[in-house]
Design a protein. Structure first.
Lengths: 342, 273
């Protein structure tokens, strides 16, 4: 697969603040859906705006399909953008909104109408074509925005927090619709989100950003199972962490417990991360633990374990019968530990 | 009840400062002027008859309306880019910029006119520049041109204020959305900005039109005695000719006309959103 979108050392500063985007390099294969994931203020939206041409890069390049578009204004980039607030034209009907980009391209009326109908059918809104945005629900407005962005047959589809303005019940459905549509059309897409569950569920590739920099870009499995940095380990999925010291390669010591671990640095203090579902509990094991709290989550329960390493979260079958105050032992399998230099 | 009580001071001020003089004026307009020019107590519409049958009144109304409509339209057209620029400015600049745009309101009309004299006068800035370029001198003051320029400038701050208040629906994201869809600046302005600004533009035009029709200082001081509008005519009738009934009747007619304009504006349905 060739790379459709390539960002090279992209940098953007606003005033005297630290750079909002700081030397970001990324590649998105053709047809893939990339999620830009990170906490608010990490530069993910600025990155999307740089790709769309709505911000001017201070340094670096945006290359789309082998063409350097860094210096092009947004109207010359052919990007379909779905804004967080949708930014539908309030004085135009849904159809006129969808047709706006086609009109700007000088398409004859007949062809415009065909493509408007096509785009509205695609998002299931063909019978609401004459409605003004005000007369549409949030979910319907979102679809009009999506249809408007897709009607121009964009080079890239860019979505800024596309689900954040929707009710929780709507979100999963719309998520799947966007995903299915993007797959079917084969459009390369980038979407911005602060919700890691959303990123993991939707995207082919997830780029985790923090303070303007790329922490890791990989498949959802990569991020979840093999986080490259402590930030990714802490940000993606639930995790517990404790401090330790490397005793010898493959062995760390924490509060008197000696634990085997993979991929340790040769020496020095480290941070150790472990996912709740990887901790094993039993009548015997490595570390004595007491159940501090138990949160019922349906099929599973999340227990917070009070140990000499600090609080560790463990995910257990809900029918295991653990109760608050129970004492037991926790075992941390070597393959489950992610170790980073502290 | 509390609302009425709180409104009472304002109502009292309006009653004393506005309603009462208007009633006095209305009463005077019903008097009549005898052949010697003296006011005689009466309760008739003779003065109105005389005014309305006088072709000069018609001429005066048309030129007043023409002046006000032209200046109001120009003021609104010039105020739109100003208001759009202020809205697009970074938040910390918006306050100072808006203040600068309405600052002319803080200056007395007379001082403004003196400023214009320095710019538009025969020895003024513009004619000096024209002279330096070897171009013929232009008469830019003490005529209709001068009044048009001065009135437009004096109406602009009001137009900016109304537009700033009325452009709330113009989300800057809409401009961005239009750009990503391939629209250049002109198309975005014509298809997005202008239609969404239309209600604010109409409101600004209505206000500046009314202010322009009743303007007195600018036509008086920048017209050099050659520009006659309804407001200057009322002044002349009252203080030069000392025909109080005629002055009062003309003032009442102006008030009625302005009231009718405002009523028409509020009766018009808001443009479809």
């Amino acid at each position: 697969m060739d790379d459709h979108l390539v960002l090279e050392r992209l940098t953007k500063r606003f005033g005297a603040n630290p750079p909002a985007v700081d030397g970001l390099s990324l590649a998105v294969p053709r047809g893939a859906l990339l999620a830009l994931l990170g906490p608010s203020g990490c530069g993910k939206t600025t990155t999307l705006r740089l790709v769309a041409g709505l911000e001017r890069a201070d340094a670096g390049r945006v290359v789309v399909g082998g063409r350097d578009v860094t210096g092009l204004p947004p109207e010359a980039r052919n990007m379909g953008v779905v804004f967080q607030s949708y930014a539908l034209f309030p004085h135009m009907s849904a159809a006129a909104n969808v047709g706006f980009g086609l009109e700007a391209r000088g398409l004859p009326r007949a062809e415009r109408n065909t493509r408007i109908a096509e785009a509205l059918t695609m998002v299931g809104l063909s019978d609401l074509a004459d409605r003004k945005p005000r007369a549409l629900s949030g979910g319907q407005q979102q679809r009009v925005a999506l249809a408007r962005a897709l009607a121009i047959r964009p080079e890239l589809l860019l979505l800024d927090e596309p689900l954040s303005a929707l009710d929780a019940q709507l979100r999963d459905g719309v998520r799947e619709e966007i995903r299915a549509l993007q797959r079917r059309l084969g459009t390369t897409a980038v979407f911005v989100t602060h919700d890691q569950a959303e990123a993991l569920a939707m995207a082919d590739l997830v780029a985790v950003m923090d303070r303007g920099q790329l922490e890791q870009c990989g498949t959802p499995e990569d991020l979840f199972e093999r986080p490259a940095t402590p930030f990714v380990a802490g940000f993606v999925g639930r995790t517990s962490r404790f401090a330790a010291e490397v005793e010898a390669p493959g062995r760390v010591r924490a509060k008197g417990h000696v634990l085997e671990a993979e991929g340790t640095p040769p020496r020095g203090p480290v941070q150790v991360f472990i996912r709740p579902h990887r901790i094993r509990l039993g009548g015997e094991g490595q570390i004595p633990a007491r159940v501090a709290t138990r949160t019922y989550e349906g099929a599973t329960a999340l227990v917070s374990l009070d140990t000499s390493l600090g609080l560790l979260q463990a995910e257990v079958p809900a029918d295991l019968g653990l109760r608050e105050g129970d004492t037991l032992f926790a075992t941390l399998p070597p393959a489950a530990l992610r170790v980073f230099p502290a | 009840m509390t609302g009425w009580l709180l409104a009472a001071p304002a109502v009292a001020v309006m009653a004393l400062g506005f309603m009462l003089p208007v009633l006095v004026l209305a009463r005077i307009s019903l008097n009549r002027t005898d052949d010697l020019g003296a006011m005689q107590p009466d309760l008739g519409l003779a003065t109105y008859d005389k005014l309305l049958s006088d072709p000069f009144t018609t001429e005066l109304s048309i030129s007043t309306l023409g002046l006000a409509a032209g200046s109001a339209a120009l003021a609104v057209a010039l105020a739109l880019p100003v208001a759009l620029t202020i809205r697009a400015a970074p938040p910390r600049w918006r306050g100072p910029l808006a203040l600068a745009a309405v600052a002319p309101l803080l200056v007395s009309g007379t001082a403004r006119v003196i400023g214009w004299l320095a710019i538009l006068g025969d020895e003024g800035l513009i004619n000096m520049l024209l002279g330096a370029l070897g171009l013929p001198e232009q008469r830019l003051i003490n005529n209709w041109t001068g009044v048009r320029i001065g009135l437009t400038e004096s109406l602009m701050p009001y137009a900016v204020l109304v537009l700033l208040a009325g452009l709330g629906r113009l989300d800057p994201r809409l401009d961005e959305a239009a750009a990503t869809l391939g629209a250049g600046r002109t198309r975005t302005f014509l298809r997005v900005t202008l239609p969404l600004a239309a209600p604010a533009l109409a409101a600004a035009f209505a206000l500046t039109l009314v202010l322009g029709i009743s303007a007195f200082i600018t036509p008086r001081l920048m017209g050099g005695g050659r520009v006659f509008v309804v407001a200057t005519e009322i002044f002349d009738l009252a203080l030069e000719t000392v025909d109080w009934p005629a002055a009062a009747a003309l003032a009442m007619l102006l008030l009625l006309a302005l009231g009718a304009l405002l009523a028409l504006r509020s009766a018009l349905p808001e443009r479809g959103r």
